[in-house]
Every structure is written in structure tokens, then in C-alpha cells.
Design a protein around this ligand. Structure first.
Ligand code: NDP
Length: 403
């Protein structure tokens, strides 16, 4: 049985806690669950919801996850087996430092980012590999949906469907509608930093850069979602996948956006509101994107408003038994069903469920190996078995010659 400390009481954190409580209610893996965050009132509200739904007690605590001594004091008082970090990417290294100092395993859902540059790269966290290895601790990076499940999908296809992969397209569609003029479905600052960055894809051994959202394609999504325009973006899982998928020749990431979202983003960008560098305003430095994030709806508040589905998956073309083969592996998730189950919309749900499962894999020892790892470096089978069981059923179809 495992004692888990979850850090970050936002949209994703709420789902992780509800899902850990579901496991605890079955008598599985987690026998002690603590949720800590900057604002303890948010932890308490989540604990109340979990108690009402599942009858499970969640401990709560206040912590500034940028303060390593404070984190260590909390970890030493709770004595968790692992920390699941679902705060913001800025906290990753501080939480990893605290895990090393206190001897606990580490799981997160997004690569470390410094506040003042948007790099979307694993270099800082991969640099911790020797220290985690020497300490006999596991750090599992990117255990959300994308990154996360998309990496595990790729590993599963390489294990069961293809002998070689040549082309990978990860395609993320949110066909949901929250009815708000402009809102992001996860943390606004992180979302806008990601979407406004230059696009980048991998081809023939090198990265090719494109202007932000300047390339698009149409893709016909299954189960009634239908055709949508998808835009090429850089996404962090490409960095580890092009290293770990041997023989890959091209890897790209695509995301759908509504015209309304793109129009708002364009105007906000044009007037400087998406800048991540400080601007002096009336004698005080403010970062425009942080000010904008403060004004936008809290993603957690979109739960009761959002209708429709998400569809995220990997389209992989390669060779099996000497013949060309293309497969599409994906999950479809319904915003309203997520809300009915745990009180969150599907973006938080599709991130929180894999964060719980990655934590469960590490806690059980199924995915435990000293060092710092990306998701595709472990056996995909036990993870994907749990993915269906805990609310994200998936399927893989042969689409050779059809796309
Ligand atoms: P939210 O903004 O809703 O929640 C973040 C939480 O972290 C808030 O509760 C916030 O506290 C807390 N927090 C921020 N700074 C600190 C700090 N210094 N110390 C302690 N707590 C802190 O974000 P989301 O839930 O939408 O996203 C959480 C993470 O999930 C992000 O890293 C995001 O990038 C990642 N993500 C990953 C995805 C994937 O598929 N891999 C998809 C979507 C998100 P407070 O309440 O006080 O503001």
C-alpha cells in the first residue's frame, strides 16, 4: 500500500485526487492521500467533494512548492512513498530537489519551464538522471495525456502492431464547447505560452521550425466528431519520442482550435497581452500573460459549462511483417460524463487519470527503475490496462490506405 502526496489543487489536481480515492475505495494501491497546494482552501474543497462522493478522507496542507525547505518539511511530516506534481511546470525542479533530499519517488505531467523563456524541453529534468539513479529513486516525466498517454500509445504500437515506425502524427482534438467568449481548458498561462510558440517538427534527423499556427491539415475524427482543421504545434513529447522510437523519420503534433479561440489569441498577441517578459506599468513590473491569465476564467470553472468530446491519439505509419501498415490509436472522452463523475471537464480528466495511473505504476513497483524516465520507456501494457479501467477506454484501428 502506498502513501501519496499530490501537489497542486487546480483542475488536474482535483481529478488526480478523485481518482486516487476511487482506487483507495476498492482497497487498492493508495491507503493515504494528501493534497497540498499554495491555497489550502482549494485543497479543502476538493477533499470535501471526495468525501461526499467516495467516503474517503483526504489530508490537506498548505505549501509553497517553490520553497525546497518548506517542501522537505512537509514531505518529512507526511512520509509519502511518492509525490505526484500537478502544480505548474515552474515548480518541477524544486519538487524534484525535495524528492531527492527526502528519498521519495517523483511523477509529473509537464516539462520544467523557467518563467521568462518558453523552451518546452526536457534538458533540465534529464540532467537529474544520475542523481535519481544514485538515490535509487524513480522520476516519471509527463504522465498526463499529451505528453503521457500519447507516449504510451506509441510504445504499445511498437510492441504489438509495427516492426518499424516511419511517421508519427499525434493529433489532439477538443471538440467541446464551454460557451465562454475566450477561455483555456487548462492553466491559461501555460496554455497560451504553448500555443503562441513557434511550431516545430522532426524530419530526417533534424528539427524544422514553422511560424506559430501557420500550418494546418484536415482530419476526420471518429465516432461522430467528424472533420476538423488541425494546426501544427511543437509539443514536448516529440523530444523524447524521436529519441526512443528507433527509425522514426517524421514526427509531428497537431491540435484543433475553434476560429473564435484563434481570433481572440491573434488580437491578444497583436496588442502584447501574450508577452512573457515583464513590462513596467506605473512603477511596477508586470508580466502581460500573467495579468491576462488572472482575468480569464479558471479552467476548473468550465466543468459544468462544457459539452462535447475530446479525441486524442497517435496516427503511426510504418512496416509490419514486411508490409506497409498505418494504425490509429485513440481515446474519446465526453466532457459532460467527466463532470458527472468527478466534477471536472475532459481536459483536466484526461490529464488527471493518467497522472493517477503513472503514480500507481510507480507506487506498485510495476514501473519503478532508478533514474529519470519518459513514459514510452516502460512496458505500455499494464498502464493501458488501467487506462480503460479508470475511465479512458482506447482503441487501435488499422487504417492502412485510408488516411
Ligand atoms: P491550474 O492552474 O488549474 O492549477 C495549478 C495548481 O498549482 C493551483 O492549485 C495552484 O495554486 C498550484 N500552484 C501554483 N504554484 C504553486 C506553488 N508555487 N506552490 C504550490 N502550489 C502551486 O492548472 P491545471 O490543473 O490546469 O494544470 C496543472 C498541470 O498540468 C500544469 O503543469 C499543466 O501544464 C499540466 N497539464 C498537462 C497536460 C498533459 O496532458 N500532459 C494537459 C493539461 C495540463 P493556486 O490554487 O493557489 O493558484
Amino acid at each position: 500500500m502506498a502513501n501519496i502526496l499530490i501537489i497542486g489543487a487546480g483542475g488536474v489536481g482535483s481529478v488526480v485526487v478523485h481518482k486516487c480515492a476511487q482506487v483507495a475505495r476498492e482497497g487498492g494501491t493508495f491507503d493515504k492521500i494528501t493534497l497540498a497546494s499554495r491555497t489550502v482552501a482549494r485543497c479543502d474543497a476538493i477533499a470535501k467533494s471526495v468525501k461526499a462522493r467516495y467516503g474517503i478522507d483526504i489530508a490537506t496542507a498548505q505549501v509553497d512548492a517553490d520553497n525546497v525547505p518548506e517542501l522537505c518539511a512537509l514531505i518529512r511530516s507526511i512520509k509519502p512513498d511518492l509525490v505526484c506534481n500537478v502544480a505548474l511546470p515552474y515548480q518541477d525542479l524544486h519538487i524534484m530537489d525535495a524528492c531527492l533530499e527526502c528519498g521519495v519517488h517523483y511523477v509529473d505531467t509537464a516539462n520544467y519551464e523557467p518563467l521568462d523563456t518558453a523552451k518546452f524541453e526536457y534538458s533540465w529534468q534529464w540532467a537529474y538522471a544520475d542523481r535519481f539513479r544514485e538515490a535509487g529513486l524513480t522520476a516519471l516525466l509527463g504522465s498526463g495525456f499529451d505528453p503521457g498517454v500519447t507516449n504510451v500509445f506509441a510504445a504499445w504500437v511498437m510492441k504489438h502492431e509495427l516492426d518499424e515506425v516511419h511517421v508519427l502524427d499525434i493529433i489532439d482534438c477538443n471538440a467541446g464547447d464551454h460557451g465562454q467568449p475566450f477561455a483555456t481548458n487548462f492553466n491559461p498561462e501555460i496554455n497560451i505560452r504553448e500555443v503562441t510558440a513557434p511550431g516545430r517538427y522532426w524530419e530526417r534527423g533534424e528539427w524544422v521550425e514553422t511560424d506559430p499556427l501557420s500550418w494546418s491539415m484536415n482530419f476526420d475524427f471518429p465516432q461522430g466528431i467528424g472533420g476538423k482543421k488541425c494546426f501544427l504545434m511543437y509539443h514536448e513529447e516529440l523530444e523524447s519520442l524521436v529519441k526512443n522510437l528507433k527509425g522514426i523519420r517524421r514526427a509531428r503534433f497537431w491540435m484543433t482550435f475553434s476560429d473564435n479561440y484563434l481570433n481572440h489569441l491573434k488580437v491578444l498577441g497583436n496588442v502584447g497581452m501574450t508577452r512573457i517578459d515583464p513590462v513596467n506599468f506605473q512603477g511596477q513590473d508586470i508580466v502581460p500573460i500573467q495579468f491576462l491569465a488572472k482575468l480569464l476564467p479558471d479552467p476548473a470553472s468550465l466543468g459544468p459549462l462544457t459539452k462535447g468530446k475530446t479525441c486524442i491519439g497517435d496516427l503511426m505509419r510504418g512496416v509490419s511483417g514486411g508490409k506497409e501498415k498505418t494504425v490509429y490509436i485513440y481515446n474519446i472522452c465526453d466532457h459532460e460524463e467527466c463532470y458527472a463523475e468527478v466534477g471536472s471537464q475532459a481536459i483536466s480528466y484526461t490529464t488527471g487519470v493518467p497522472a493517477m495511473i503513472g503514480s500507481k505504476m510507480v507506487a506498485e513497483g510495476t514501473w519503478r527503475k532508478p533514474g529519470v524516465w519518459n513514459m514510452e520507456q516502460f512496458d505500455p501494457d499494464p498502464f493501458l490496462k488501467d487506462l480503460g479501467k479508470y475511465g479512458l477506454p482506447w482503441q487501435c484501428v488499422d487504417v492502412t490506405g485510408k488516411v
